[in-house]
Design a protein around this ligand. Structure first.
Ligand SMILES: NC(=O)c1ccc[n+]([C@@H]2O[C@H](COP(=O)([O-])OP(=O)(O)OC[C@H]3O[C@@H](n4cnc5c(N)ncnc54)[C@H](OP(=O)(O)O)[C@@H]3O)[C@@H](O)[C@H]2O)c1
Length: 229
């Protein structure tokens, strides 16, 4: 299969690349700065000819368009919209609207930009799965601690986008699902997170393998259970 992973240079995205390469897939790692993506290039060297590293800032229309052009006409079986950012989780009084708009552009609009740009590539493939790495913090029903306005709102909006993508693309056999990856040990999750990145991604890769149109439009926890919207 041909797999595209955004935010592929570290954290959950890098681990997706590692696990897909290890089982023999061909992967495109989309990153903001290819020159500094050392860990990703090391994976490419260990799996010659199966990893392409391309520039893509998911928060920038022109960068996503350039990325799609660079990718060319190749089929994409699985698109993992993983790239994401968080703000400082400021209090209500301190939240910056400029920062919140940036988080929204990256976390909510980023996956829409990339999915739209790669739709012709997805339609060339047999598999046609788009998965978005959302968060439990994007769940309205599971919000029991408040705050984190920019991040929570961006992920709730991503969840909505995924449902619309699922409905709009169903007749073209494209699956769209949002995942909560759990609280994971990465730069974003921090060292206190209970879940190792390898375990989270192993579970997600297994779930992606099993996705069909029947699950399209759903919000799934890394455990495989439906997550509360
Ligand atoms: N870790 C957790 O506990 C947790 C929990 C729930 C959801 N998530 C979600 O999981 C995804 C991956 O998170 P992570 O834990 O791996 O975080 P991370 O370690 O902070 O990595 C974030 C990745 O996203 C990339 N990125 C950020 N802004 C980007 C942009 N504008 N364009 C392209 N790439 C961009 C980063 O690239 P740079 O190196 O260039 O910044 C980096 O590769 C995110 O969507 C996050 O919200 C994580």
């Amino acid at each position: 299969m041909n797999i595209v992973v955004t935010g592929a240079n570290r954290g959950i995205g890098l681990e997706f690349v590692r696990q897909y390469l290890a089982r023999g897939e061909r992967v495109v790692g989309a990153v903001r700065d290819p020159a500094s993506a050392e860990a990703l290039h090391a994976l490419g060297a260990a799996h010659p000819g199966r990893l392409r590293v391309l520039a893509c800032d998911v928060g920038d229309d022109a960068s996503v368009a350039d990325f799609a052009r660079e990718l060319g006409a190749e089929a994409v079986d699985v698109l993992v919209n993983n790239a994401g950012m968080r703000d400082e989780w400021a209090s209500l009084e301190a939240v910056s609207t400029a920062e919140a708009l940036r988080v929204y552009s990256v976390n909510a609009l980023g996956p829409v930009r990339v999915t739209r740009a790669l739709l012709p590539n997805l339609l060339k493939a047999g598999t046609r799965k788009v998965v978005h790495i959302s968060s439990g913090m994007g769940s309205i029903g599971d919000n029991r601690s408040g705050g984190a306005y920019a991040y929570r709102m961006s992920k709730a909006a991503l969840n909505m986008a995924s449902r619309s993508l699922a409905l709009d693309l169903r007749d073209r056999d494209v699956v769209s699902v949002v995942f909560n990856p759990g609280w994971v040990q990465t730069d974003m999750g921090g060292p206190s997170a209970p879940l190792a990145v390898g375990a989270s991604v192993r579970a997600l890769v297994g779930l992606i393998d099993g996705l069909t149109l029947a699950e399209s439009g759903s919000f799934l926890n890394w455990s495989g259970k439906a997550y509360e919207w």
